[in-house]
Design a protein around this ligand. Sequence first.
Ligand SMILES: Cc1cc2nc3c(=O)[nH]c(=O)nc-3n(C[C@H](O)[C@H](O)[C@H](O)COP(=O)(O)OP(=O)(O)OC[C@H]3O[C@@H](n4cnc5c(N)ncnc54)[C@H](O)[C@@H]3O)c2cc1C
Ligand code: SF4
Length: 489
Amino acid sequence: MAKQPMLKFVTVDRDMPEKRDAKVRSHDFDEIYAEYAAAKAEEQASRCSQCGVPYCQSHCPLHNNIPDWLRLTATGRLEEAYAVSQATNTFPEICGRICPQDRLCEGNCVIEQSGHGTVTIGAVEKYITDTAWENGWVVPVVPAQEREESVGIIGAGPGGLAAADMLRRAGVQVTVYDRYDRAGGLLTYGIPGFKLEKDVVMRRVAQLEASGVEFVLNCNVGEDISFDAIRGKHDAVLIATGVYKTRDLKGPGSTAEGIVRAIDYLTCSNKVSFGDEVPEYESGELNAAGKKVVVVGGGDTAMDCVRTAIRQGAESVKCLYRRDRKNMPGSQREVQNAEEEGVEFVWLSNPVGFTTGVIEPEGSGAGAGRVRQAMVQKMRLGQPDASGRQSPEVIEGSDYAEEADLVIKALGFEPEDLPKLWDTEGLEVTRWGTVRADFGSGRTSLDRVYAVGDIVRGASLVVWAIRDGRDCAAAILEDLDAPAAVAAE
Ligand SMILES: Cc1cc2nc3c(=O)[nH]c(=O)nc-3n(C[C@H](O)[C@H](O)[C@H](O)COP(=O)(O)OP(=O)(O)OC[C@H]3O[C@@H](n4cnc5c(N)ncnc54)[C@H](O)[C@@H]3O)c2cc1C
Ligand code: SF4
């Protein structure tokens, strides 16, 4: 009888790829997890219980066929595992690295529920596709037949790129416009290299180019070219512009020099990692080296900022968040990584103002208008509100000063006012400013105009942007084949 290759969770413990030592990794921007060796990937994949109703699959936004590619990996059939994995996911090696698996696939793994420790789904997914790249199995798209229709995609983030890939597979001519000088959106300029190394993103962009996708970079739609001009050039237009308006700090001194936006700080650091010369980094404006850094916020953007500041050589890095550890929106795994690297979390703390002045030693270049301290109110968690979440309440008389000469605002992002920026009539937005679009197709209020990703959902996840982009490409193809205009209600 053939040996049973699966259900090894009873005898084999969960084992993640090795994490580099915090003392070493906190000096560079390389990813913190090593790669599985082949035998280890097979062993870990073999822990899957192949359950009849795979909750991991239903909780993956892409409904990846996880049990099948785990079984193929466990039996050494990696090329087939890759074929199954990429059939539902445009960028499996990226999701394997940065999906919050504890909230998605792994968090719903049946053997995790029974106390055996989840199958390391993300790490195996990454291993399969990294191996596919090494072996040359990832090849540019060659459509069976070219089509005449063209689609213009505004925004080269994961949502736009996933749609571009699917449309090229169908032979559609695709042009992607982006205001940055490199494609990838937040994969390139938001998420730091220690979570997602940049060559992983750039090889995908190069592959799309080799598949015939045209990129028009350094092109800010609304400034360098109008939205109407793009509509005039293409048979359909997809808006995948993400959300970039930073929520601001309030209170006296909150516009002082040295208080910066997380997106500017992270973009600058990522550009430096590419080897670009960035004046704001050279001048110290967006460089934490030697500084007392305070990051305000408790989400994943805040985690990326604190860990970047550590790597830039900050004197100290503190993260201020108004709720406690249990109630923060960021991933617990990231908090742990940050703590190991030397970040201090100051829970239940809310900055209400900032003092400014010359920083000692005088002549260090810091002007009188530069931030020196954050004035912080201590909070406690009160009664749960209607949503069940406890609201933070101020502890009167608890204010104190936190030394800071670089403050990074990581309080979340909101959509820019696209109809105004683009002078577009008829593009409906929701009361949150996101583009009103049909989930599942991306159709908007304008004929042959679609929208996907964060600009529709609000700040969300890469895996959801990919899902939206793929679904929307299918709807665009359907509409291109049906001459009558189709618009959302
Ligand atoms: C710091 C940070 C860390 C994150 N970490 C994670 C993580 O670990 N895991 C995860 O799943 N998600 C993470 N996210 C969220 C994730 O990055 C986003 O949900 C995802 O990138 C959204 O994809 P998108 O394609 O909708 O938009 P984006 O990735 O934002 O791409 C939008 C693109 O549109 C371009 N654009 C915008 N306006 C214009 C214009 N007028 N003209 C031309 N181009 C324009 C932008 O330059 C950009 O390239 C993180 C987000 C941030 C900010
Ligand atoms: S795409 Fe994300 S949620 Fe889906 S299997 Fe991969 S890591 Fe899990």
